[in-house]
Design a protein around this ligand. Structure first.
Ligand code: AMP
Length: 219
């Protein structure tokens, strides 16, 4: 089963992707995390990537194409969830081609629709664990102990592109470049919409229902 998550930054894609990974065995292909790993490695490519991500702009297509083709070549699994990709129409075509070349097709694109007023609050309160990548929100999903990860005790951090100023640009980039991807999948009759303003558990339940996953995986 191949699924794409679409929605603005802060709509909960990462949280729901973690849920599908942990409970239903999906491989979570997350371009944002892969780019952050490259930045953390201190490589020259990482420095180039950071010059885009620090401003909230999309990194060039060659970088994304490399990540995606490597993923398809090396570790393609039975259940895959694409999160943060595709982010524009060119990338949507890359995915369609890679899937077709592998004899696969997309099952559905899930749009986490959310009221944009709540996004800034979600983002400035978002924290993540630099060790395991777990995502928290100080208001809606706080860690058990003050800003440390429940899983490994590492101190949680704010992503450097989660400041209000950079976030506003990420939102503008989303509107201009990623929103048309919704229409791309709608035209193929593959787009399903979920109310991302609901509680985390309610959104997860909607996704499970929509993908008809109930009872088919025993973690
Ligand atoms: P995310 O973790 O998905 O919010 O992504 C963080 C940042 O990484 C984005 O603001 C972009 O600068 C960059 N990025 C992530 N995924 C992509 C992509 N598919 N195409 C281009 N840039 C991306």
């Amino acid at each position: 089963m191949i699924v794409v998550f679409l929605g603005p930054p802060g709509s909960g894609k990462g949280t729901q992707a973690d849920f599908l990974h942990e409970n239903y065995g999906f491989t979570h292909f997350d371009t944002g995390s892969r780019l952050r790993e490259e930045i953390a490695s201190g490589s020259e490519l990482g420095r180039r990537i950071a010059s885009y991500t620090d401003q909230g702009n999309l990194v060039p297509i060659e970088v994304i194409r490399d990540l995606v083709t490597t993923f398809f070549e090396t570790n393609f699994e039975r259940r895959v969830l694409f999160d943060g990709f595709p982010r524009n129409l060119e990338q949507a075509e890359v995915l369609t081609t890679c899937l077709a070349d592998s004899g696969l097709s997309l099952d559905c694109a899930i749009y986490l629709e959310i009221d944009s007023d709540s996004l800034v609050q979600r983002i400035v309160n978002r924290r993540f664990c630099p060790k395991c990548g777990e995502i928290y929100n100080l208001i809606s999903r706080p860690p058990a102990h003050d800003e440390v990860c429940d899983k490994d005790g590492a101190r949680l951090v704010l992503r450097r592109d989660d400041t209000e100023e950079v976030f506003r640009n990420r939102l503008a980039v989303y509107d201009q470049q990623t929103r048309p991807v919704l229409e791309y999948y709608r035209a193929k009759d593959q787009l399903k919409t979920v109310d991302g303003d609901d509680q985390i558990e309610t959104v997860s339940a909607s996704i499970v229902r929509l993908l008809e996953l109930d009872g088919i995986y025993a973690p």
